[in-house]
Design a binder for this molecule. Structure first.
Ligand SMILES: [Cu+2]
Length: 182
């Protein structure tokens, strides 16, 4: 965690799966997502909660209130179910503590990417990004993995999180979906 924080404070990009030259070569556009909450932390959300972007886009999460993470639904992250493209690199920002703390990834593999905030997943703090085309595990039902029983077992997406994901259809139609409470 310390090294991650110092990387962030140094202004570095923490890239998932790609080195910096790819970012420079693509002239990657950057799309921002804010991580917000009310004063006592009873409501927390990503804004926007849904995004459609082109492959090669850098997604940059910035915390504004409370402490958050941006963490991919992937078995590498505490046995969460796989809800990003199979060949995409998972990411986990670690805790973003101070207002303005940031974390970035460049998404290069087409498909649906579901992600969550580790301390607030059970409060429904999740988001969804579609890169180019809506394909991959992220388009499948939340319980799709029950039939093949992965080892170690994957955890269920909590009900409060399930109901908060914008639909792929809404994301494809609007491009950018703001959370309902805003
Ligand atoms: Cu959070």
């Amino acid at each position: 965690m310390a090294s991650r924080r110092s990387l962030l404070s140094a202004g570095g990009f923490w890239l998932a799966g790609l080195a910096l030259p790819a970012l420079a070569r693509a002239g990657a556009p950057v799309v921002d997502i804010e991580m917000r909450g009310d004063v006592n932390g009873s409501k927390v959300w990503f804004d926007p909660i849904g995004l459609r972007v082109e492959a090669g886009t850098a997604i940059r999460w910035t915390t504004r209130q409370n402490v958050h993470t941006a963490t991919a639904y992937h078995p590498d992250n505490d046995d969460h179910s796989l809800r990003i493209p199979k060949t995409a690199q998972p990411w986990d920002s670690g805790y973003l503590v101070e207002p303005g703390d940031r974390f970035s990834v460049v998404l290069t593999v087409p498909g649906v990417y579901d992600y969550y905030c580790a301390p607030h997943e059970h409060a429904g703090m999740v988001g969804r990004i579609v890169v180019d085309t809506p394909t991959g595990p992220g388009v499948r039902p939340f319980d799709y993995f029950k039939s093949f029983k992965p080892v170690p077992p994957w955890t269920d997406v909590p009900p409060a999180a399930q109901v908060n994901f914008p639909t792929v259809e809404e994301i494809m139609r609007k491009g950018r979906v703001v959370p309902p409470r805003n």
